[in-house]
Design a protein around this ligand. Structure first.
Ligand code: SF4
Length: 332
């Protein structure tokens, strides 16, 4: 199965898994199993491309992002970034390479030190990575960064609490861009913001990608937002990618029953359409990812489940120019 883009990728993630131990109660707390938060995930991402990663809470999106950054240990698989195998890289070398891969988080307020002025916050990554040059150089860079994200350079002496939520997320983006990364991982970057501000931040990310050639791994549960920003979209369920396709192909003709259910649950502006189609297509059953994994993880909720689905896990394979993991679709 190929999940490649056809060009030399900036990031190549091959069959990665992340497992967390489950321990029993009592004093001994013996290990009784494991939760596979990420299970055999593969994808590639090239420069100046945005891959959207969607799925419900607990589907493994954020764990995948942390694994890519090597902030979590892998149970298996391989990660290559910018031509380097980073799967088992030591701390010092990983720190140097991490300059090329930065992350922005859901809550900009929690990720900014409330006691530091904005100028210091933006200078900090330059200091950590030895990029300060003379003092004037770093001051110029701070002004450039503020301008890049649409903030006035006069704001450099203010504290995070003096900004709105949208402005704080702009500051987080500026801090991530300070070291000129090639990859920006955005983990639900707008879900804590007002709807009116969300569009501004998304447009800013689109514009930054166009101007700098950044690659974006954009994680969200809002499918409308992901459609707006992504070139390709991967749908995750229970730690696995169940469908990966070009954006338009996925939104116009989803194949996997889970993708179909997610898209069916997106609210439409027409109240008649909304009433006619009904809502709540997904029974409220959490994704299961505890050993042993038998069959399709979506089988308990899938309206199209067959006998085979309960005993054989469907592999991710190519079908109609996309990758899909479902027994309804054989190989091309
Ligand atoms: Fe549904 Fe079976 Fe496909 Fe899983 S493999 S999504 S249960 S039809």
């Amino acid at each position: 199965m190929s999940t490649s883009t056809g060009e030399k990728p900036l990031l190549r993630v091959k069959d990665i898994s992340v497992a967390f131990p489950v321990t029993g109660r009592g004093i001994v707390r013996r290990r009784i199993g494991s939760v596979r938060a990420v299970d055999g995930v593969s994808f590639e991402l090239r420069q100046n491309e945005t891959l959207g990663l969607v799925g419900e809470t607990g589907s493994g999106k954020s764990t995948t992002a942390l694994a890519v950054l090597r902030m979590l240990d892998l149970s298996g698989g391989r990660i290559e970034f910018d031509g380097h195998d980073i799967t088992r890289l030591g701390r010092a070398r990983m720190r140097r390479l991490r300059r090329g891969m930065q992350m922005i988080f859901q809550d900009p307020f929690a990720s900014l030190n409330p006691r530091m002025r904005i100028g210091r916050i933006l200078e900090e990554p330059l200091v950590v990575h030895g990029l300060t040059g003379d003092g004037r150089g770093s001051a110029r860079r701070v002004d450039e960064l503020l301008e890049l994200v649409g903030l006035d350079s006069g704001t450099r002496d203010r504290f995070p609490h003096e900004f709105s939520g949208g402005q704080r997320q702009r500051i987080s983006i500026a801090r991530a861009l300070a070291v000129s990364p090639k990859l920006l991982i955005c983990d639900e970057p707008v879900s804590a913001l007002d709807v009116s501000i969300q569009a501004q931040i998304i447009n800013l990310l689109v514009d930054l990608k166009r101007r700098t050639g950044l690659a974006l791994l954009f994680i969200a549960h809002d499918l409308a937002l992901v459609r707006h920003i992504s070139d390709r979209v991967a749908v995750m369920y229970a730690g696995r990618i169940v469908e990966l396709a070009d954006r338009d192909a996925l939104y116009e003709r989803p194949l996997h029953p889970y993708t179909q259910a997610l898209l069916a649950a997106v609210p439409r502006p027409d109240p008649e359409v909304e009433t006619a189609r009904g809502i709540g297509l997904l029974p409220d059953e959490p994704p299961r990812s505890i050993d042993p994994a038998l069959g399709c993880p979506f089988s308990l909720r899938c309206p199209k489940a067959m006998d085979v689905c309960r005993c054989e896990t469907p592999p991710l394979r190519m079908r109609d120019a996309r990758a899909v993991a479902c027994h309804l679709y054989g190989p091309d």
